[in-house]
Design a protein around this ligand. Structure first.
Ligand code: NAP
Length: 317
């Protein structure tokens, strides 16, 4: 076991929260390693325009910003291991991190694994994913250029997706289960001004219609009138909220009933030396600006924890 390198901080996830934690930890002279199963950027890399990140205008893409933050973190010495962390075991002064390819040690851990889109749970949803069912308008919208599509949901993601798709698709149906949007008010007027957008209020998708292995429509039911209607669409973009990527840490830190990592003071968790940043934590706001702030706070908290650990180790020598 003595041969295993011990990192000061292992950061799990390379979205804006994890990358910022890496940047701050590296600049503080620590040796951070960032574990990422895919490419850096997380959800931010799939965002078309960033309107509410201070200092950037609407022409800045989330992908560009995530690459800038990644380069910044790496330039100060943060390293990356492109493996998915499947478990973290708390051994006190050392946390044992396991991936399908190896075992790593770190003195502290920052969980920054973000969240993923929720599914509707409909029959055929899984099979037709990538064949007309999508959870990312900016990733897949272009495949349906000039076609009719439906967006499901009433939050900020659904609103932003509907606006994006209205520019490239012939018609966009926005299907929401209530008659008012949850989305930030600024989106409401913009949506109402879009000529090729139709609101389908008080309605839920009851089934997916498939032709030759691809989506050819969706059945929707009006919850107030029970009226059924088929929308003839080539794609459906599901934007009904997010679920935290926290399953692999259920035995390490307490989770909320919704699965978010519970935070104590700031970004600390109930497990000493384990911190949490970004969308995966309990927080009143999940935005890029809060994720990067969390990353900085988590790195700072981890640095303070490492100082205390060093003091205790010095006393016991
Ligand atoms: P969200 O705010 O939780 O909205 C989810 C929407 O989906 C709600 O309208 C909800 O309906 C609906 N919904 C949930 N389950 C459903 C189901 N089974 N069937 C049909 N509809 C269902 O999620 P989000 O839009 O993904 O946003 C997540 C977070 O990211 C939010 O904090 C948001 O502000 C942030 N975000 C911000 C931006 C931005 O531009 N600043 C962009 C994207 C996301 P009800 O309204 O009836 O509950």
């Amino acid at each position: 076991m003595e041969d295993i390198k011990t990192y000061d901080i292992a950061i799990i996830g390379a979205g804006p929260a994890g990358l910022t934690a890496g940047l701050y930890a590296a600049r503080a002279g620590l040796k951070p390693v960032i574990f990422e199963r895919l490419s850096p950027g997380g959800q931010l890399a799939q965002t078309e325009h960033l309107e509410n990140y201070p200092g950037y205008n609407a022409n800045t893409s989330g992908f560009d910003l995530s690459m800038i933050i990644a380069d910044q973190a790496f330039s100060f010495g943060a390293s990356v291991i492109s493996e998915e962390v499947t478990s973290v075991e708390d051994m006190g002064a050392v946390k044992v991190i396991r991936t399908p390819f190896g075992t790593y040690w770190a003195k502290s851990v920052v969980i920054a694994t973000g969240a993923r889109p929720k599914k509707l749970g409909l029959p055929l949803e899984e099979e037709l994913t990538g064949k007309g069912v999508s959870y990312c308008a900016t990733c897949d919208g272009n495949f349906f250029r000039g076609k009719d599509v439906a967006v499901i949901g009433g939050g900020d993601t659904a609103a932003a997706d509907a606006i994006y798709l209205s520019r490239i698709c012939r018609k966009v149906y926005l299907v929401h289960r209530r008659d008012t949007l949850r989305a930030t008010p600024i989106y409401h007027d913009r949506l109402r001004e879009i000529e090729n957008l139709e609101f389908v209020w008080d309605s839920v998708v009851t089934s997916l219609v498939e032709t030759d292995g691809r989506i050819s429509g969706v059945q929707v039911a009006n919850l107030k009138t029970s009226e059924q209607r088929e929308l003839p669409v080539s794609a459906i973009f599901i934007a009904v909220g997010m679920a935290p990527n926290s399953e692999n840490f259920a035995s390490l830190v307490p989770l909320s009933p919704q699965g978010y990592v519970m935070t104590g003071d700031g970004t600390s968790t109930a497990t000493p030396g384990v911190f949490v940043a970004g969308d995966v934590r309990t927080t009143p706001l999940r935005q890029v600006v809060t994720a990067v702030a969390d990353g900085a706070l988590a790195a700072q908290a981890a640095a303070e924890y490492l100082d205390e650990l060093a003091d205790i180790e010095a006393e016991t020598l």
